[in-house]
Every structure is written in C-alpha cells, then in structure tokens.
Design a binder for this molecule. Structure first.
Ligand code: NOJ
Length: 560
C-alpha cells in the first residue's frame, strides 16, 4: 500500500550525539545519554531521528571525516550502546536514520593510509590521483576562505589527490565499482543494526565524475538507482534522504522519473527563498520556488527545513536577494560564512520574536514535504558567534538550569553550552519550558500533533491561492477528497486578504467553511464565495475545508 511510505508524512528530528546528552560525565554526549532522552523525544511527537556522523573520526569536520565506517567513535560509546539506543527508539515507534558520508573519507582512514603509502595497494584506486598539479586545482572549493584548493600534494604518495572539501577529506573514487560495492556494504551493515535509512552527504559530488582531466564533472545518476535497489532488497522500508543542493531542472534526475532513485531530498530551493520571504515579507519568489520544485514522483518526498547544522546557504539566490537576507538576519560580517551563508540559529535571526518564530515553524510544518527539525529549535536555542565557522550553531542541548545546561556533569564540555544573555541555558532550557503551557516547547509539541492530523501536506497536491497581498502566503492541499488550507503573514503588519478556496461551490465541500484547527476563529465565505480575513502581523492559520462533519471525513481517510 502506498500509505506505507512512512517518510511521506514523518517528523524528522536531527541531532549530533556528541552535543545532545552526556551520561558518563566526560564532557561529550553519548548514546547512553541519548537513550535517556528518548522519552522526551517521544513526548515531542517526532517520528524519526537523523543522527549526524558518529563513527570513528579525527573530528576535523565534526565527524564528516570518517576513519572507520563500521564503528562507533569511543567518545560516544560502543556499538552495543548504539544497538541499545536503536532498540529504545524502536520500542517507542521512532525510526533512526544516519548520515552516510561516502563522498570522501578522513585522511586518517586506513584505506587512504595504504593508498598513499603504496601505489600498488588495492586501495590506490579508491581515491583520485594525479601525477602533476591539475589545472583547475583552485576551482570548485566548497569552503572559500578556509579551503584553498581541491587538489593537494601528498609527499608520501608523491602525487596530488582530489578533495572536494577540506584537504583532510580525500574524495573516494566513487566511479570505481569496488568502491561502490563497499558503499553498499556500509549501508547493509547499518541496516542490519536497525536503521531505517540514510541522510546521504554531498550526493551531487558522490555521483560526479572525478579526475584531473575532468573539466566539467558529469553526474552518474544511475548510481542512485543501484543504491536504492540494494536498500530495497535488504530492507523495504529503508530510505535515502539526500543532501543535494541542486537546480530544480535536475530534481527529476535525482528522484528518477518513476521514483526509482532517491526517496527524499532536502528542498534547498524552497529553504533559501523561504528565508528571502522572511527577510522581505515578499512571498512571491517562495511561491515560484514551490512551483519549480513541485514535479516529483508520487513516492518521492521533499525534506523541508529551516536551519540545519551547516551555514544557511543562500548561494541559489541572486546577489541582490542574498544581500537583503544578510541585511535582515546577518548584518555583521562575523555572522556570515563562506561568502554565501549565515552561521546563526533561527531564534536569534528572528530577534527572539516569539510570534515570528512560531510563524516560521508553522510554515516549515506546512510547506509541501516532510519537516526536518533541528535539536534545540523546539526550545528556541541561540548561537555562539565566538565559536569558529559552523560551530556557532552546534552548541550542546540546553536541558535545564543546572550547570552546563544539564548537558554534562563535566566541568569542561567539549563545546561550551550557551550561558548568559537571552539565549543562555539559565533562561532557555527544556526543563523550564516543560512547566509552562505557553512555552515554545509545548507549542512545538502541539503543532507536531496537529501536523500529524493533516496528512494532506505530506501526501496531497498543493496550490498557492492568489491574494493581492505578497506578504501573505495561502496554500491549499488536496488529498483523497479532503482539503486543508494554510495562511501565513510574513509581515510584521496585519493584512486583510480576500480569497476563494477555489473548489466547486456545488460540491459538498464547497470551501464555504474553513474550520480553524488551532483556535475557535473559523471562517465562513461571503455570498460571493470568498473568504475575507484580517491576519495579524506574523499570524498563521491552519484550516480544514468543509462543514463540521469534517471529523467524519477524516475517518474516511483512515479507512481507505
Ligand atoms: C555536508 C555536511 O552537511 C557538512 O557539514 C560537511 O562539512 C560536508 N558535507 C562534508 O562532508
């Protein structure tokens, strides 16, 4: 049954084990700590956890530099602790997906060590070499300002090696069938440990042709089908959620025309235009981005997010649009990163304005796709701009007002917990917020519950309903004869809007009645069939279309 596609309507929560909860008191979060927090996560209502890399690593790129794929880094526990955690999650109905970082390894990986030491090693061809310095060595760096080139000379190998990211992350030669077989083996290993899939790192680079003579890399999309087939054979419910910040015209290459490649991709196009809309209160480019990313196979899904563990990448906006977002949310150059992004958390970007924060999350939960929440966002955590690069937004979870936010009993957490000021753990923490019905934490829990009751967002077909007001976005979803409608005002000022739900007025569900799912403030259309409403600054409304028998119709959905 198509309903079985769990990822079409899930709530994903991403976290790094090392900054979540430290149970053994060494200053680094661990699987035992995470296990203790599963009840909290279940209470929040999430349905899947995405774990950032936790395998053995020198940690020069927060674990995205793996030195052993079949392991758990001892600072986080043992493989046994991982399995205990995975079991605990399963018992609570929470799925686990993990990062799959196979574009590159760490230079400390034994494969690379052998490859550089011995040209005859079987691992030599697992990496990408050149005898002389390739022409484009200074092009294509991902981290401008901190990364100088994409090729570095290795004295031991007496050759140049390719690295799309930092020089300590040599690229795997992913075109090599032996490397591909190893990637499948890694997937198979973790599937066997009970994970429900992978957030695949840097997918466009994984599938790109690589080499000194490659002037313009070509994507080998079919590789994605092979990954998927393998997964599906091993475990039917496993998915790949791809990190692929690509242009809309290639989306279907990634999903596959018939959905035979990736199950999910993060919608970077919508993400960047969403931030433009938040910055300018002009939702038109966002509506365009939604339209451009609309085509997708029925089984495919977008991951919708606000902030993630990286910089907020604005590289797909025009320079003028990007400057507007910088001016609104990162006016200080120290808040910006890599000439294209912002290294802040959402709450401080929105100046801690609760109405605006709620509206932004309400949008995240109702844009077409599956929402992906980042740990700490449910309590409105801030950032620490004193920390280098992306670490600013990677500080430990703030659990309570106890020392170090209750994250650790150690006097020296590996990353400092945010302390003092409006976002310090003294004020912003889960324990305090749990006690207040109106806290952001409890709001998030309620909105997640409501999101689960509108499966139309995950499954349905959407339309942006025109109003004359660019600051207000009205989205309508249809699925199995049910309709929901969402209104968001991205402006600080109230706006009056008039719109028609756009359904056949003769049908039972004419759209005359809009039942507010979050308050008593329902809407009835005028004689002309149009709804008029005044929506307050940063306001949001969730409506179910139809008469008061809508609950009955919901049960129709369940029975179908
Ligand atoms: C994307 C990850 O999100 C980022 O954190 C990392 O630095 C690069 N890929 C390299 O793995």
């Amino acid at each position: 049954m198509i309903n079985d596609l769990w990822y079409k309507n899930a709530i994903i929560y991403c976290l790094a084990v090392g900054t979540y909860m430290d149970a053994d008191g060494d200053g680094v979060g661990d699987f035992k700590g995470l296990l203790r927090r599963l009840d909290y996560l279940q209470g929040l209502g999430i349905s899947a956890i995405w774990l950032m890399p936790f395998q053995v690593s020198p940690h020069r790129d927060d674990g995205y530099d793996i030195a052993d794929y079949y392991s758990v880094d001892p600072r986080y526990g043992t493989l046994g602790d991982f399995v205990e955690f995975a079991h605990g999650a399963k018992q609570r109905g929470i799925r686990v997906i993990i990062d799959l970082v196979v574009n590159h390894t760490s230079d400390a990986h034994p494969w690379f060590k052998q490859a550089r030491r011995d040209p005859k090693s079987k691992y030599r061809d697992w990496y990408v070499w050149s005898k002389s310095k390739p022409r484009g060595a200074n092009r294509g760096v991902v981290f401008p300002g901190v990364q100088k080139s994409t090729w570095s000379y290795d004295r031991e190998a007496k050759a140049w090696y390719f690295h799309r990211f930092y020089d300590f992350q040599p690229d795997l030669n992913t075109s090599n069938p032996v490397v591909q077989a190893e990637i499948l083996k890694i997937m198979g290993f973790w599937i066997q440990q009970g994970v429900s899939g992978f957030r695949m790192d840097a997918v466009p680079f994984v599938i790109a042709t690589k080499g000194a003579n490659v002037a313009k890399p070509r994507e080998q999309y079919d590789m994605l089908r092979r990954f998927r087939e393998f997964l599906q054979w091993r475990e039917g419910e496993a998915i790949v959620l791809a990190e692929a910040n690509v242009l809309p015209q290639t989306d279907l290459e990634y999903f596959g025309d018939d959905g035979e490649r990736l199950h999910m991709m993060f919608n970077f196009q919508v993400n960047q235009h969403l931030f433009y809309a938040l910055a300018t209160a002009d939702t038109r480019p966002l509506a365009k981005a939604m339209a451009k990313t609309k085509p997708r196979p029925a089984t495919a899904q977008w991951g919708i997010f606000l902030r993630n563990h990286d910089e907020l990448d604005l590289g797909r906006l025009t320079p003028a649009q990007r400057q507007k977002v910088f001016a609104a949310f990162a006016p200080d150059p120290g808040m910006q990163l890599y000439d294209r992004g912002i290294r802040r958390r959402l709450a401080p970007m929105l100046a801690g304005d609760r109405r605006r924060i709620e509206m932004a999350y309400s949008l995240m939960f109702t844009l077409p796709g599956t929402p992906v929440l980042r740990y700490g966002d449910e309590i409105g955590m801030g950032d620490d701009l004193e920390l280098p690069e992306r670490n600013a937004a990677r500080t430990p979870m703030q659990w309570s007002a106890e020392p170090h936010g209750g994250f650790t009993k150690s006097a020296r957490p590996h990353l400092p917990v945010i302390s003092g000021g409006p976002y310090g753990f003294e004020h912003v923490n889960a324990a305090t917020q749990r006690r207040f019905a109106d806290s952001l934490l409890n709001w998030t829990e309620r909105i997640i519950r409501m999101r689960k009751e509108v499966p139309e967002v995950g499954w349905g077909d959407f339309a942006v309903i025109p109003t004359r007001e660019p600051a207000v976005l009205v989205m309508r979803y249809a699925w199995r004869n049910n309709w929901v409608l969402f209104v968001h005002n991205l402006d600080a000022e109230p706006h009056e809007i008039t719109f028609s739900v756009g359904l056949d007025r003769e049908s039972a569900k004419s759209g005359d009645e809009l039942i507010n799912l979050l308050s008593e403030d329902h809407s009835r259309a005028g004689k002309d069939g149009k709804h008029s409403l005044v929506i307050e600054g940063y306001g949001y409304r969730w409506y179910r279309v139809g008469g008061l028998d809508y609950l009955l119709r919901r049960s129709d959905i369940d029975q179908e």
